[in-house]
Design a protein around this ligand. Structure first.
Ligand SMILES: Cc1cc2nc3c(=O)[nH]c(=O)nc-3n(C[C@H](O)[C@H](O)[C@H](O)COP(=O)(O)O)c2cc1C
Length: 326
């Protein structure tokens, strides 16, 4: 399903500890048009902590969406106001994370059972920005695992003004499964997401979960407006370049080595500011996955990026250490 610019929306999922600003800078080189989500940031952390640390990003990252976690409308509103000032292109509410920490803070997936609270947050946030405010949710939680449950949740957000939903197409099990297990054990149910789009064609529906090859993405886009990719984009980042070229054939994909060269000035500036090299290179370990030399690339970087004084030359040496020209 195509939007008005005739290209479907491809997004990279919010992933804690993974999709930080260094990762997003790297991913942007692999895909000029994907919408990149931040890690989840709690509204409370922005309120009580060093907001700039959580919110700053590189201009090159656009289009970039901030994902917020929380359930207090006034905190969510003030975090949204700050996100607006920083220039985020979208602000997203996390109604999908199942971790214990998140549940005790009363946000994440458990909020699917409290749509009125999410709607209150939504209204308060919408008053602070003219950018899209969106919701990322699961298809259900625990035994509340029916189409009607999902539909009622969505409708309460629609009444608050929400027009875009990202749906991770598996339920969350709040008790008994770890966050990691919650990403693989509950079965995927794309049909429930397709039905939502069929019943509410005016809504923008982005499907997430298990999209790990082009054929699947193509198939899903027959039914919904967008595809959000998580783990595959992180572990095999060149997949993003393949997607970009697939949907935007005029785009000439850079080779993996060209990507590395384009990262060097950025890395140099990060290291000059005193950040360890490894904070950037850890996101690049999968760049050559599936290619000859992938293991040598990973090994060289893992062994050298943390050494004192390590800088961009580590990447050039890593390429040189690969047995086959990449
Ligand atoms: C390491 C990791 C961290 C994640 N952190 C978040 C998060 O902060 N917010 C969120 O909504 N989902 C989070 N997720 C879930 C992903 O956004 C996505 O919904 C899930 O991985 C399914 O998509 P995939 O099969 O394409 O990976 C995380 C996933 C991973 C692997």
């Amino acid at each position: 399903m195509r939007n008005s610019t005739n290209s479907p929306q491809i997004a990279v999922a919010p992933m804690m500890d993974w999709t930080d600003r260094h990762c997003r800078y790297f991913m942007r080189l692999l895909s000029p048009s994907a919408l990149l989500y931040t890690e989840m940031v709690t509204a409370a952390a922005i309120h009580h902590g060093d907001a700039d640390r959580f919110l700053r990003f590189n201009e090159e990252e656009h289009l970039v969406a901030l994902q917020l976690g929380g359930s207090d409308p006034s905190l969510m509103a003030s975090a949204t106001a700050q996100a607006h000032t920083y220039g985020y292109d979208e602000i997203n509410i996390n109604v999908g994370c199942p971790s214990d920490k998140v549940q005790s803070g009363q946000f994440g997936a458990c909020l699917m059972a409290k749509p009125a609270i999410v709607a209150d947050c939504y209204r308060a946030m919408l008053a602070e920005t003219d950018r899209p405010v969106t919701v990322k949710t699961r298809i259900g939680i625990d035994d509340q695992d029916s189409y009607d449950f999902l539909k009622d949740f969505v409708l309460s957000l629609v009444a608050a003004g929400c027009r875009k939903f990202i749906v991770h197409a598996r339920k969350a099990v709040l008790d008994g499964l770890s966050p990691k297990e919650n990403r693989s054990i509950p079965p995927l149910n794309y049909e429930r997401v397709y039905r939502l789009k069929r019943d509410f064609p005016e809504l923008e529906i982005v499907l997430n979960g298990g999209l790990d090859d082009l054929a699947r993405v193509d198939e899903v886009l027959e039914h919904v407006d967008g595809a959000m990719i998580g783990r595959q984009a992180y572990h095999h980042p060149y997949f993003l370049a393949e997607l970009e070229q697939h949907f935007n054939p005029a785009w000439e994909p850079p080779t993996r080595s060209e990507i590395v060269l384009r990262m060097l000035p950025y890395i140099e500036s990060v290291v000059r500011k005193g950040e360890p090299l490894g904070r950037v290179t850890r996101h690049m370990l999968g760049l050559y996955s599936g290619q000859p030399g992938a293991r040598a690339w990973r090994r060289y970087i893992s062994q050298h990026a943390h050494l004192a004084g390590a800088g961009p030359e580590v990447l050039l040496n890593a390429i040189a250490a690969m047995p086959a020209a990449a």
